[in-house]
Design a protein around this ligand. Structure first.
Ligand SMILES: Cc1ncc(C[n+]2csc(CCOP(=O)(O)OP(=O)(O)O)c2C)c(N)n1
Ligand SMILES: [Mg+2]
Length: 602
Protein backbone atom coordinates (compact mmCIF):
# COMPACT_ATOMS: atom_id res chain seq x y z
CA UNK A 1 0.00 0.00 0.00
CA UNK A 2 1.41 3.40 -0.91
CA UNK A 3 1.87 6.05 1.71
CA UNK A 4 -1.30 8.04 2.50
CA UNK A 5 -1.61 11.61 3.67
CA UNK A 6 -2.47 10.20 7.12
CA UNK A 7 0.65 8.00 7.09
CA UNK A 8 2.80 10.99 6.26
CA UNK A 9 1.23 13.11 9.03
CA UNK A 10 2.15 10.46 11.60
CA UNK A 11 5.63 9.96 10.11
CA UNK A 12 6.34 13.67 10.09
CA UNK A 13 5.08 14.15 13.65
CA UNK A 14 7.41 11.37 14.68
CA UNK A 15 10.27 13.08 12.84
CA UNK A 16 9.48 16.18 14.89
CA UNK A 17 10.01 14.09 18.04
CA UNK A 18 6.35 13.51 18.88
CA UNK A 19 5.82 10.19 20.59
CA UNK A 20 2.38 10.61 22.14
CA UNK A 21 -0.99 11.90 20.94
CA UNK A 22 -3.94 12.42 23.27
CA UNK A 23 -7.30 12.06 21.60
CA UNK A 24 -10.57 10.42 20.82
CA UNK A 25 -11.64 8.86 17.49
CA UNK A 26 -14.52 9.50 15.11
CA UNK A 27 -15.21 8.99 11.43
CA UNK A 28 -13.75 12.40 10.66
CA UNK A 29 -10.29 11.04 11.57
CA UNK A 30 -10.56 7.35 10.74
CA UNK A 31 -7.90 7.73 8.05
CA UNK A 32 -5.50 9.09 10.68
CA UNK A 33 -6.42 6.30 13.10
CA UNK A 34 -5.62 3.73 10.41
CA UNK A 35 -2.25 5.39 9.89
CA UNK A 36 -1.49 5.39 13.61
CA UNK A 37 -2.39 1.71 13.69
CA UNK A 38 -0.05 0.97 10.77
CA UNK A 39 2.76 3.05 12.30
CA UNK A 40 3.51 0.18 14.64
CA UNK A 41 3.65 2.06 17.91
CA UNK A 42 5.88 4.83 16.57
CA UNK A 43 3.45 7.20 18.24
CA UNK A 44 1.42 6.20 21.27
CA UNK A 45 -2.27 7.10 21.01
CA UNK A 46 -3.76 7.81 24.44
CA UNK A 47 -7.51 7.52 24.38
CA UNK A 48 -9.28 9.89 26.78
CA UNK A 49 -12.94 9.78 27.78
CA UNK A 50 -13.66 13.30 26.54
CA UNK A 51 -11.80 15.41 23.99
CA UNK A 52 -11.49 18.29 26.50
CA UNK A 53 -9.36 16.00 28.65
CA UNK A 54 -7.17 15.23 25.63
CA UNK A 55 -6.49 18.94 25.16
CA UNK A 56 -5.75 19.40 28.88
CA UNK A 57 -3.31 16.50 28.65
CA UNK A 58 -1.59 18.00 25.61
CA UNK A 59 -1.30 21.28 27.52
CA UNK A 60 0.11 19.54 30.61
CA UNK A 61 2.53 17.55 28.45
CA UNK A 62 3.86 20.85 27.11
CA UNK A 63 3.99 22.42 30.57
CA UNK A 64 5.84 19.55 32.22
CA UNK A 65 8.18 18.50 29.38
CA UNK A 66 8.74 21.72 27.44
CA UNK A 67 7.88 19.82 24.24
CA UNK A 68 4.95 20.47 21.95
CA UNK A 69 1.72 18.69 23.03
CA UNK A 70 -0.51 17.06 20.41
CA UNK A 71 -4.22 16.31 20.62
CA UNK A 72 -6.47 14.81 17.99
CA UNK A 73 -10.24 14.81 17.57
CA UNK A 74 -12.86 14.16 14.97
CA UNK A 75 -14.69 16.80 12.94
CA UNK A 76 -17.63 18.78 14.37
CA UNK A 77 -18.38 17.60 17.92
CA UNK A 78 -14.87 16.28 18.64
CA UNK A 79 -13.21 19.49 17.51
CA UNK A 80 -15.72 21.49 19.56
CA UNK A 81 -15.02 19.42 22.68
CA UNK A 82 -11.28 20.18 22.49
CA UNK A 83 -11.74 23.90 22.78
CA UNK A 84 -11.67 24.55 26.52
CA UNK A 85 -8.45 22.60 26.99
CA UNK A 86 -6.94 24.39 23.99
CA UNK A 87 -7.79 27.76 25.48
CA UNK A 88 -6.10 26.64 28.67
CA UNK A 89 -2.93 26.04 26.63
CA UNK A 90 -3.25 29.28 24.68
CA UNK A 91 -3.76 31.45 27.75
CA UNK A 92 -0.86 29.81 29.61
CA UNK A 93 1.37 30.15 26.51
CA UNK A 94 1.93 26.45 25.83
CA UNK A 95 2.81 24.99 22.41
CA UNK A 96 -0.03 22.65 21.51
CA UNK A 97 -1.09 21.41 18.08
CA UNK A 98 -4.67 20.25 17.53
CA UNK A 99 -5.23 17.92 14.60
CA UNK A 100 -8.91 17.63 13.74
CA UNK A 101 -10.98 15.99 11.04
CA UNK A 102 -13.45 17.62 8.69
CA UNK A 103 -16.22 16.48 6.36
CA UNK A 104 -14.98 15.13 3.02
CA UNK A 105 -14.01 17.81 0.52
CA UNK A 106 -16.76 16.43 -1.72
CA UNK A 107 -19.36 17.28 0.95
CA UNK A 108 -17.98 20.56 2.29
CA UNK A 109 -20.30 23.48 1.84
CA UNK A 110 -23.27 21.15 1.66
CA UNK A 111 -24.50 21.50 5.25
CA UNK A 112 -23.31 17.95 5.61
CA UNK A 113 -23.57 15.97 8.83
CA UNK A 114 -21.03 17.17 11.43
CA UNK A 115 -19.89 19.93 9.12
CA UNK A 116 -18.80 22.88 11.20
CA UNK A 117 -16.85 25.84 9.89
CA UNK A 118 -13.74 24.82 11.81
CA UNK A 119 -11.54 27.51 10.30
CA UNK A 120 -13.83 30.11 11.80
CA UNK A 121 -14.36 28.23 15.03
CA UNK A 122 -10.60 27.85 15.60
CA UNK A 123 -9.71 31.30 14.33
CA UNK A 124 -9.42 32.68 17.84
CA UNK A 125 -7.87 29.81 19.79
CA UNK A 126 -5.39 28.97 17.01
CA UNK A 127 -5.14 32.43 15.49
CA UNK A 128 -1.40 32.14 14.79
CA UNK A 129 -1.97 29.19 12.49
CA UNK A 130 -5.11 27.29 11.49
CA UNK A 131 -5.39 25.72 8.04
CA UNK A 132 -7.45 23.14 6.22
CA UNK A 133 -5.60 20.68 4.03
CA UNK A 134 -6.88 21.01 0.46
CA UNK A 135 -4.34 18.94 -1.46
CA UNK A 136 -2.02 16.04 -0.47
CA UNK A 137 1.08 17.99 -1.50
CA UNK A 138 0.32 20.52 1.28
CA UNK A 139 0.67 17.95 4.05
CA UNK A 140 4.33 18.58 4.80
CA UNK A 141 3.80 22.32 4.90
CA UNK A 142 0.87 22.17 7.28
CA UNK A 143 2.52 19.81 9.77
CA UNK A 144 5.86 21.63 9.73
CA UNK A 145 4.32 25.05 10.12
CA UNK A 146 1.78 24.06 12.78
CA UNK A 147 4.53 22.64 14.98
CA UNK A 148 7.11 25.33 14.38
CA UNK A 149 4.65 28.18 14.89
CA UNK A 150 3.22 26.56 18.06
CA UNK A 151 6.77 26.49 19.43
CA UNK A 152 7.87 29.91 18.26
CA UNK A 153 4.73 31.67 19.44
CA UNK A 154 4.23 29.38 22.44
CA UNK A 155 0.62 28.97 21.47
CA UNK A 156 -2.03 26.70 19.98
CA UNK A 157 -2.11 25.90 16.27
CA UNK A 158 -4.46 23.67 14.33
CA UNK A 159 -4.48 21.48 11.23
CA UNK A 160 -7.88 20.53 9.81
CA UNK A 161 -7.80 17.46 7.56
CA UNK A 162 -10.91 16.49 5.57
CA UNK A 163 -11.53 12.79 6.05
CA UNK A 164 -11.32 11.76 2.38
CA UNK A 165 -7.89 13.38 2.00
CA UNK A 166 -6.46 11.37 4.90
CA UNK A 167 -6.64 8.25 2.71
CA UNK A 168 -5.36 9.89 -0.47
CA UNK A 169 -1.94 9.00 -1.77
CA UNK A 170 0.67 11.29 -0.19
CA UNK A 171 2.62 13.58 -2.49
CA UNK A 172 5.83 15.46 -1.83
CA UNK A 173 5.55 19.03 -3.12
CA UNK A 174 6.54 19.11 -6.78
CA UNK A 175 9.41 21.28 -7.96
CA UNK A 176 7.30 23.93 -9.63
CA UNK A 177 5.77 27.34 -9.20
CA UNK A 178 3.15 27.53 -6.36
CA UNK A 179 4.58 24.73 -4.33
CA UNK A 180 5.96 25.05 -0.79
CA UNK A 181 9.06 23.29 0.52
CA UNK A 182 9.25 23.25 4.31
CA UNK A 183 11.61 21.58 6.73
CA UNK A 184 11.92 20.12 10.20
CA UNK A 185 13.81 21.70 13.07
CA UNK A 186 13.50 24.63 15.41
CA UNK A 187 15.55 25.74 18.38
CA UNK A 188 14.79 28.70 20.55
CA UNK A 189 17.14 31.63 20.06
CA UNK A 190 18.93 33.28 22.96
CA UNK A 191 17.30 36.67 23.36
CA UNK A 192 19.06 39.17 25.58
CA UNK A 193 18.41 42.92 25.77
CA UNK A 194 21.12 45.32 24.64
CA UNK A 195 23.97 46.44 26.90
CA UNK A 196 22.64 49.96 27.42
CA UNK A 197 19.25 48.63 28.54
CA UNK A 198 20.84 46.17 30.92
CA UNK A 199 22.89 49.00 32.43
CA UNK A 200 19.72 51.08 32.85
CA UNK A 201 18.08 48.16 34.62
CA UNK A 202 21.09 47.73 36.88
CA UNK A 203 21.09 51.47 37.72
CA UNK A 204 17.44 51.34 38.77
CA UNK A 205 17.99 48.22 40.86
CA UNK A 206 21.19 49.60 42.42
CA UNK A 207 19.36 52.83 43.34
CA UNK A 208 16.44 51.05 45.04
CA UNK A 209 16.42 50.33 48.75
CA UNK A 210 13.46 47.98 48.97
CA UNK A 211 13.39 45.62 46.02
CA UNK A 212 10.49 43.28 45.33
CA UNK A 213 10.72 40.54 42.74
CA UNK A 214 7.73 38.84 41.16
CA UNK A 215 8.38 35.69 39.17
CA UNK A 216 6.15 33.51 37.01
CA UNK A 217 6.33 30.40 34.85
CA UNK A 218 8.64 32.24 32.45
CA UNK A 219 11.36 32.11 35.10
CA UNK A 220 11.19 28.29 35.19
CA UNK A 221 14.73 27.78 33.93
CA UNK A 222 16.18 30.80 35.70
CA UNK A 223 15.88 29.71 39.34
CA UNK A 224 19.62 30.02 40.10
CA UNK A 225 19.84 33.46 38.53
CA UNK A 226 16.68 34.68 40.31
CA UNK A 227 18.23 33.61 43.62
CA UNK A 228 21.53 35.29 42.82
CA UNK A 229 19.84 38.57 41.93
CA UNK A 230 17.69 38.45 45.07
CA UNK A 231 20.76 37.74 47.21
CA UNK A 232 22.66 40.68 45.76
CA UNK A 233 19.74 43.06 46.08
CA UNK A 234 18.42 41.84 49.43
CA UNK A 235 15.10 41.41 47.67
CA UNK A 236 12.02 39.40 48.56
CA UNK A 237 10.44 37.17 45.90
CA UNK A 238 6.72 36.66 45.38
CA UNK A 239 5.55 33.92 43.02
CA UNK A 240 2.62 34.12 40.62
CA UNK A 241 0.67 30.88 40.81
CA UNK A 242 2.15 29.46 37.61
CA UNK A 243 5.60 30.20 39.00
CA UNK A 244 4.98 28.26 42.21
CA UNK A 245 7.44 25.52 41.28
CA UNK A 246 10.17 27.88 40.08
CA UNK A 247 11.60 28.33 43.59
CA UNK A 248 11.30 26.18 46.70
CA UNK A 249 9.21 27.57 49.55
CA UNK A 250 11.86 26.89 52.15
CA UNK A 251 13.88 29.90 51.00
CA UNK A 252 13.48 32.43 53.82
CA UNK A 253 12.73 35.42 51.58
CA UNK A 254 10.31 33.72 49.17
CA UNK A 255 6.96 35.20 50.16
CA UNK A 256 4.90 32.64 48.25
CA UNK A 257 1.80 33.24 46.20
CA UNK A 258 0.39 36.65 45.30
CA UNK A 259 -3.17 37.77 44.62
CA UNK A 260 -6.51 36.66 46.00
CA UNK A 261 -5.01 33.24 46.72
CA UNK A 262 -1.82 34.78 47.96
CA UNK A 263 -0.01 35.39 51.21
CA UNK A 264 0.22 38.36 53.52
CA UNK A 265 4.04 38.65 53.13
CA UNK A 266 3.58 38.94 49.34
CA UNK A 267 1.01 41.69 49.91
CA UNK A 268 3.33 43.54 52.29
CA UNK A 269 6.27 43.10 49.91
CA UNK A 270 4.36 44.78 47.09
CA UNK A 271 2.79 47.51 49.23
CA UNK A 272 6.12 48.59 50.77
CA UNK A 273 8.69 48.15 47.99
CA UNK A 274 10.30 51.05 46.13
CA UNK A 275 11.41 48.94 43.13
CA UNK A 276 9.67 46.07 41.35
CA UNK A 277 11.48 43.52 39.17
CA UNK A 278 9.01 41.27 37.37
CA UNK A 279 10.41 38.21 35.58
CA UNK A 280 8.46 35.88 33.28
CA UNK A 281 5.04 36.65 34.65
CA UNK A 282 1.83 38.19 33.40
CA UNK A 283 0.15 38.05 36.81
CA UNK A 284 -3.11 39.83 36.04
CA UNK A 285 -4.33 41.57 39.21
CA UNK A 286 -2.79 45.05 39.31
CA UNK A 287 -4.36 45.85 42.68
CA UNK A 288 -1.89 43.40 44.23
CA UNK A 289 1.09 45.21 42.69
CA UNK A 290 2.48 48.50 44.06
CA UNK A 291 0.39 51.62 43.56
CA UNK A 292 1.26 53.53 40.39
CA UNK A 293 4.18 55.83 41.16
CA UNK A 294 5.12 54.01 44.35
CA UNK A 295 7.82 51.86 42.78
CA UNK A 296 10.18 52.02 39.83
CA UNK A 297 9.47 49.00 37.69
CA UNK A 298 11.43 46.68 35.39
CA UNK A 299 9.86 43.80 33.54
CA UNK A 300 11.63 40.97 31.73
CA UNK A 301 9.64 38.72 29.43
CA UNK A 302 10.48 36.61 26.40
CA UNK A 303 7.22 37.71 24.83
CA UNK A 304 7.35 41.38 23.94
CA UNK A 305 3.56 41.53 23.74
CA UNK A 306 3.26 40.79 27.43
CA UNK A 307 5.48 43.69 28.48
CA UNK A 308 4.26 46.75 30.33
CA UNK A 309 0.65 45.69 30.66
CA UNK A 310 0.27 45.20 34.42
CA UNK A 311 2.26 48.04 35.95
CA UNK A 312 3.65 51.21 34.38
CA UNK A 313 7.20 49.92 34.18
CA UNK A 314 10.10 52.29 33.70
CA UNK A 315 11.91 49.66 31.66
CA UNK A 316 10.42 46.82 29.62
CA UNK A 317 13.01 44.30 28.50
CA UNK A 318 12.30 41.58 26.01
CA UNK A 319 14.56 38.67 26.75
CA UNK A 320 15.03 35.16 27.99
CA UNK A 321 14.83 35.26 31.81
CA UNK A 322 17.91 33.16 32.45
CA UNK A 323 20.18 34.83 29.93
CA UNK A 324 18.96 38.32 30.77
CA UNK A 325 19.46 37.88 34.51
CA UNK A 326 22.86 36.31 33.84
CA UNK A 327 23.89 39.39 31.87
CA UNK A 328 22.46 41.67 34.56
CA UNK A 329 24.16 40.07 37.56
CA UNK A 330 27.70 41.46 36.96
CA UNK A 331 26.21 44.96 36.84
CA UNK A 332 24.48 44.71 40.23
CA UNK A 333 25.96 45.99 43.48
CA UNK A 334 25.45 44.01 46.64
CA UNK A 335 23.23 45.94 49.04
CA UNK A 336 24.93 46.31 52.36
CA UNK A 337 21.82 47.39 54.26
CA UNK A 338 19.88 44.16 54.83
CA UNK A 339 17.08 45.60 56.96
CA UNK A 340 14.49 45.25 54.16
CA UNK A 341 15.47 41.64 53.66
CA UNK A 342 15.28 40.98 57.39
CA UNK A 343 11.79 42.42 57.57
CA UNK A 344 10.66 40.18 54.71
CA UNK A 345 12.16 37.12 56.36
CA UNK A 346 10.38 37.94 59.61
CA UNK A 347 7.06 38.32 57.76
CA UNK A 348 7.57 35.01 55.96
CA UNK A 349 8.40 33.03 59.06
CA UNK A 350 5.41 34.51 60.92
CA UNK A 351 3.14 33.77 57.98
CA UNK A 352 4.06 30.09 57.94
CA UNK A 353 3.01 29.97 61.59
CA UNK A 354 -0.32 31.56 60.67
CA UNK A 355 -0.83 29.03 57.89
CA UNK A 356 -0.03 26.15 60.20
CA UNK A 357 -2.34 27.48 62.89
CA UNK A 358 -5.16 27.94 60.37
CA UNK A 359 -4.63 24.39 59.15
CA UNK A 360 -4.77 23.05 62.70
CA UNK A 361 -8.09 24.72 63.49
CA UNK A 362 -10.77 22.11 63.77
CA UNK A 363 -13.70 22.15 61.38
CA UNK A 364 -16.73 20.02 60.71
CA UNK A 365 -15.79 17.31 59.87
CA UNK A 366 -12.43 18.24 58.30
CA UNK A 367 -10.60 21.48 57.69
CA UNK A 368 -9.39 21.33 54.04
CA UNK A 369 -6.28 23.31 54.97
CA UNK A 370 -5.24 20.47 57.26
CA UNK A 371 -5.27 18.01 54.35
CA UNK A 372 -2.93 20.22 52.32
CA UNK A 373 -0.71 21.00 55.29
CA UNK A 374 -0.22 17.36 56.26
CA UNK A 375 0.25 16.34 52.63
CA UNK A 376 2.85 19.07 52.12
CA UNK A 377 5.36 17.73 54.63
CA UNK A 378 4.94 14.20 53.24
CA UNK A 379 5.27 14.98 49.52
CA UNK A 380 7.68 12.60 47.79
CA UNK A 381 10.80 14.10 46.20
CA UNK A 382 10.35 15.04 42.55
CA UNK A 383 6.56 14.65 42.66
CA UNK A 384 4.40 16.49 40.15
CA UNK A 385 1.40 18.38 41.50
CA UNK A 386 -1.62 19.66 39.66
CA UNK A 387 -4.43 21.66 41.14
CA UNK A 388 -7.91 22.31 39.87
CA UNK A 389 -9.71 25.65 40.00
CA UNK A 390 -11.76 26.01 43.16
CA UNK A 391 -10.73 26.20 46.79
CA UNK A 392 -8.12 23.50 46.10
CA UNK A 393 -6.18 26.23 44.26
CA UNK A 394 -6.27 28.45 47.38
CA UNK A 395 -4.89 25.73 49.64
CA UNK A 396 -2.42 24.59 46.95
CA UNK A 397 -1.17 28.17 46.68
CA UNK A 398 -0.81 28.74 50.41
CA UNK A 399 -0.33 25.46 52.26
CA UNK A 400 1.88 23.42 49.95
CA UNK A 401 5.60 23.96 50.44
CA UNK A 402 7.33 23.21 47.15
CA UNK A 403 10.77 21.65 47.37
CA UNK A 404 13.52 21.65 44.76
CA UNK A 405 12.89 19.14 41.97
CA UNK A 406 9.10 19.16 42.26
CA UNK A 407 6.85 20.41 39.49
CA UNK A 408 3.42 21.96 39.90
CA UNK A 409 0.84 23.55 37.66
CA UNK A 410 -2.78 24.48 37.18
CA UNK A 411 -4.91 26.47 34.78
CA UNK A 412 -3.36 29.83 35.56
CA UNK A 413 -4.91 32.26 33.13
CA UNK A 414 -8.10 30.53 31.98
CA UNK A 415 -8.68 29.32 35.54
CA UNK A 416 -10.98 26.68 34.18
CA UNK A 417 -12.35 23.80 36.19
CA UNK A 418 -11.18 20.26 35.35
CA UNK A 419 -7.46 20.33 34.46
CA UNK A 420 -6.44 18.66 37.76
CA UNK A 421 -6.98 15.02 36.80
CA UNK A 422 -5.86 15.17 33.13
CA UNK A 423 -2.73 17.16 34.07
CA UNK A 424 -1.82 14.43 36.57
CA UNK A 425 -2.42 11.72 33.94
CA UNK A 426 -0.27 13.50 31.36
CA UNK A 427 2.46 13.85 34.01
CA UNK A 428 2.39 10.07 34.55
CA UNK A 429 2.77 9.38 30.84
CA UNK A 430 5.69 11.78 30.60
CA UNK A 431 7.38 10.67 33.84
CA UNK A 432 6.06 7.20 34.75
CA UNK A 433 8.60 6.87 37.56
CA UNK A 434 7.51 10.01 39.41
CA UNK A 435 4.58 10.36 41.80
CA UNK A 436 1.83 12.58 40.47
CA UNK A 437 -0.77 14.21 42.72
CA UNK A 438 -3.95 16.03 41.67
CA UNK A 439 -5.84 18.31 44.06
CA UNK A 440 -9.44 18.55 42.93
CA UNK A 441 -12.88 19.72 44.12
CA UNK A 442 -16.00 17.59 44.01
CA UNK A 443 -17.59 19.90 41.42
CA UNK A 444 -14.67 19.33 39.05
CA UNK A 445 -14.71 15.59 39.74
CA UNK A 446 -18.35 15.43 38.71
CA UNK A 447 -17.77 17.64 35.66
CA UNK A 448 -14.89 15.61 34.11
CA UNK A 449 -12.61 14.21 36.81
CA UNK A 450 -14.57 11.02 37.45
CA UNK A 451 -14.22 10.18 33.78
CA UNK A 452 -10.48 10.72 34.08
CA UNK A 453 -10.46 7.96 36.71
CA UNK A 454 -11.66 5.55 34.02
CA UNK A 455 -8.70 6.59 31.86
CA UNK A 456 -6.39 5.96 34.80
CA UNK A 457 -7.88 2.51 35.28
CA UNK A 458 -7.22 1.79 31.61
CA UNK A 459 -3.56 2.78 31.60
CA UNK A 460 -2.02 2.70 35.06
CA UNK A 461 -0.38 -0.70 34.77
CA UNK A 462 1.95 0.73 32.11
CA UNK A 463 3.58 3.08 34.59
CA UNK A 464 6.77 1.85 36.29
CA UNK A 465 5.70 3.64 39.48
CA UNK A 466 1.92 3.48 39.94
CA UNK A 467 2.04 6.45 42.34
CA UNK A 468 -0.86 8.68 41.32
CA UNK A 469 -3.05 10.28 43.96
CA UNK A 470 -6.25 12.17 43.27
CA UNK A 471 -7.14 14.16 46.37
CA UNK A 472 -10.85 15.06 46.26
CA UNK A 473 -12.26 17.78 48.48
CA UNK A 474 -15.79 16.52 48.99
CA UNK A 475 -17.51 19.62 50.38
CA UNK A 476 -20.83 19.14 48.50
CA UNK A 477 -20.46 22.70 47.26
CA UNK A 478 -19.01 24.79 44.44
CA UNK A 479 -17.28 26.40 47.34
CA UNK A 480 -14.98 28.93 45.69
CA UNK A 481 -17.90 30.54 43.91
CA UNK A 482 -20.10 30.32 47.01
CA UNK A 483 -17.49 32.45 48.80
CA UNK A 484 -17.31 34.82 45.84
CA UNK A 485 -21.09 35.26 46.07
CA UNK A 486 -20.68 36.19 49.72
CA UNK A 487 -17.52 38.29 49.67
CA UNK A 488 -17.65 39.94 46.24
CA UNK A 489 -21.42 40.24 45.73
CA UNK A 490 -22.64 40.50 49.30
CA UNK A 491 -25.19 37.82 48.50
CA UNK A 492 -26.00 34.73 50.53
CA UNK A 493 -25.11 31.35 49.08
CA UNK A 494 -27.55 30.48 46.27
CA UNK A 495 -28.25 26.84 47.05
CA UNK A 496 -29.74 26.11 43.63
CA UNK A 497 -26.51 27.07 41.87
CA UNK A 498 -24.03 25.96 44.53
CA UNK A 499 -25.01 22.64 46.08
CA UNK A 500 -23.22 19.62 44.61
CA UNK A 501 -24.77 16.19 45.11
CA UNK A 502 -22.77 13.82 47.28
CA UNK A 503 -20.94 11.06 45.40
CA UNK A 504 -18.81 8.15 46.67
CA UNK A 505 -15.49 9.08 44.98
CA UNK A 506 -13.35 6.58 46.89
CA UNK A 507 -15.88 3.79 46.39
CA UNK A 508 -16.07 4.59 42.70
CA UNK A 509 -12.28 4.36 42.44
CA UNK A 510 -12.43 0.91 44.01
CA UNK A 511 -15.09 -0.18 41.52
CA UNK A 512 -12.62 0.80 38.80
CA UNK A 513 -9.91 -1.39 40.33
CA UNK A 514 -8.04 1.53 41.85
CA UNK A 515 -7.55 2.23 45.54
CA UNK A 516 -10.02 4.44 47.37
CA UNK A 517 -9.58 5.98 50.80
CA UNK A 518 -12.22 8.12 52.44
CA UNK A 519 -11.33 10.28 55.39
CA UNK A 520 -13.99 12.03 57.44
CA UNK A 521 -12.31 12.42 60.83
CA UNK A 522 -9.49 14.80 61.68
CA UNK A 523 -7.73 12.13 63.68
CA UNK A 524 -7.48 9.93 60.57
CA UNK A 525 -5.93 12.48 58.21
CA UNK A 526 -2.26 11.67 58.67
CA UNK A 527 -2.82 7.93 58.46
CA UNK A 528 -4.98 8.32 55.33
CA UNK A 529 -2.33 10.40 53.56
CA UNK A 530 0.40 7.95 54.44
CA UNK A 531 -1.75 5.06 53.28
CA UNK A 532 -2.39 6.85 49.96
CA UNK A 533 1.32 7.48 49.47
CA UNK A 534 2.11 3.84 50.19
CA UNK A 535 -0.55 2.48 47.82
CA UNK A 536 0.58 0.16 45.07
CA UNK A 537 -2.16 1.46 42.76
CA UNK A 538 -3.42 4.89 41.78
CA UNK A 539 -5.65 6.06 44.58
CA UNK A 540 -8.50 8.47 45.22
CA UNK A 541 -8.12 10.11 48.61
CA UNK A 542 -11.53 11.53 49.35
CA UNK A 543 -11.67 14.04 52.18
CA UNK A 544 -15.03 15.03 53.56
CA UNK A 545 -14.32 18.71 54.08
CA UNK A 546 -16.11 21.65 55.64
CA UNK A 547 -17.40 24.24 53.14
CA UNK A 548 -17.56 26.93 55.83
CA UNK A 549 -13.78 27.32 56.01
CA UNK A 550 -13.17 30.63 54.22
CA UNK A 551 -10.55 30.94 51.46
CA UNK A 552 -9.72 34.42 52.76
CA UNK A 553 -7.77 36.86 50.61
CA UNK A 554 -4.44 37.88 52.17
CA UNK A 555 -5.99 41.13 53.38
CA UNK A 556 -9.69 41.86 53.58
CA UNK A 557 -10.75 45.21 52.20
CA UNK A 558 -13.51 47.12 53.92
CA UNK A 559 -15.66 46.63 50.81
CA UNK A 560 -15.24 42.85 51.03
CA UNK A 561 -15.91 42.78 54.77
CA UNK A 562 -19.09 44.79 54.27
CA UNK A 563 -20.22 42.47 51.46
CA UNK A 564 -19.54 39.45 53.66
CA UNK A 565 -21.60 40.94 56.51
CA UNK A 566 -24.41 41.77 54.13
CA UNK A 567 -24.49 38.18 52.79
CA UNK A 568 -25.08 37.00 56.34
CA UNK A 569 -27.69 39.65 57.09
CA UNK A 570 -29.52 38.51 53.95
CA UNK A 571 -29.84 35.08 55.54
CA UNK A 572 -27.09 32.77 54.28
CA UNK A 573 -28.10 29.23 55.25
CA UNK A 574 -24.62 28.60 56.67
CA UNK A 575 -24.29 31.81 58.67
CA UNK A 576 -23.32 30.41 62.02
CA UNK A 577 -20.75 27.90 60.67
CA UNK A 578 -19.21 30.59 58.53
CA UNK A 579 -18.84 33.05 61.38
CA UNK A 580 -17.23 30.35 63.49
CA UNK A 581 -14.71 29.28 60.84
CA UNK A 582 -13.90 32.73 59.44
CA UNK A 583 -13.32 34.06 62.91
CA UNK A 584 -10.90 31.26 63.73
CA UNK A 585 -8.84 31.94 60.61
CA UNK A 586 -8.86 35.70 61.00
CA UNK A 587 -7.71 35.37 64.59
CA UNK A 588 -4.74 33.27 63.52
CA UNK A 589 -3.65 36.14 61.32
CA UNK A 590 -3.25 38.29 64.39
CA UNK A 591 -1.48 35.86 66.65
CA UNK A 592 1.94 36.91 65.39
CA UNK A 593 0.64 40.48 65.88
CA UNK A 594 1.46 41.79 62.45
CA UNK A 595 -0.82 44.68 61.63
CA UNK A 596 -1.82 45.45 58.08
CA UNK A 597 0.03 48.33 56.49
CA UNK A 598 -2.64 50.08 54.45
CA UNK A 599 -5.52 52.14 55.71
CA UNK A 600 -8.08 50.47 53.49
CA UNK A 601 -7.53 47.08 55.07
CA UNK A 602 -9.12 45.79 58.22
C1 LIG B 1 -15.49 25.41 33.36
C2 LIG B 1 -15.73 26.33 34.51
N1 LIG B 1 -16.98 26.55 34.96
C3 LIG B 1 -17.18 27.36 36.02
C4 LIG B 1 -16.15 27.98 36.65
C5 LIG B 1 -16.37 28.89 37.83
N2 LIG B 1 -15.84 28.23 39.04
C6 LIG B 1 -14.62 28.45 39.52
S1 LIG B 1 -14.27 27.57 40.87
C7 LIG B 1 -15.78 26.87 40.88
C8 LIG B 1 -16.20 25.93 41.96
C9 LIG B 1 -15.54 24.63 41.83
O1 LIG B 1 -16.15 23.74 42.71
P1 LIG B 1 -15.41 22.46 43.21
O2 LIG B 1 -14.74 21.79 42.08
O3 LIG B 1 -16.36 21.65 44.01
O4 LIG B 1 -14.27 23.07 44.14
P2 LIG B 1 -14.47 23.83 45.55
O5 LIG B 1 -14.36 25.29 45.28
O6 LIG B 1 -15.77 23.41 46.13
O7 LIG B 1 -13.32 23.35 46.39
C10 LIG B 1 -16.55 27.34 39.80
C11 LIG B 1 -17.95 26.94 39.56
C12 LIG B 1 -14.85 27.75 36.12
N3 LIG B 1 -13.78 28.34 36.63
N4 LIG B 1 -14.68 26.92 35.08
MG1 LIG C 1 -16.66 21.51 46.03
Amino acid sequence: MSKTVGDFVIERLSDWGVDRIFGFPGDGINGLMGSLNRADGKIDFIQTRHEENAAFMACAHAKFTGEVGICMATSGPGAIHLLNGLYDAKLDHQPVVAIVGQSATTAMGGSFQQEVDLNSLYKDVAHEYVHTLMDPSQTRTLVDRAIRIAKIERTVTCIIIPNNLQDEKFEEPARMHNSIHTSLHFTYPQIVPGKADLQKAADILNDGKKIAMLIGAGAQKAADEVIEVAELLGAGIAKALLGKDVLPDDISYVTGAIGLLGTKPSWDLMMDCDTLLMVGSSFPYSEFLPKEGQARGIQIDINGKMLGIRYPMELNLQGDSKETLKALIPLLKKKEDRSWREEIEKNVSEWWKVIEARAMNSADPINPQRIFWELSSRLPDNCILSSDSGTSADWFARDIKIRKGMRASLSGNLATMCPGVPYAIAAKFAYPDRVSIALVGDGAMQMLGNNGLITISKYWKRWSNPGLIIVVLNNRDLNQVTWEQRVMEGDPKFDASQDVPDFPYAEYAKMLGLDGIKVDKETDIEYAIEEALASKKPVVLEAYTDPSVPPLPPHISIKQAKAFMSSMVKGDPNTWDMIKQSWKDVIEGFIPHKESKTSETV
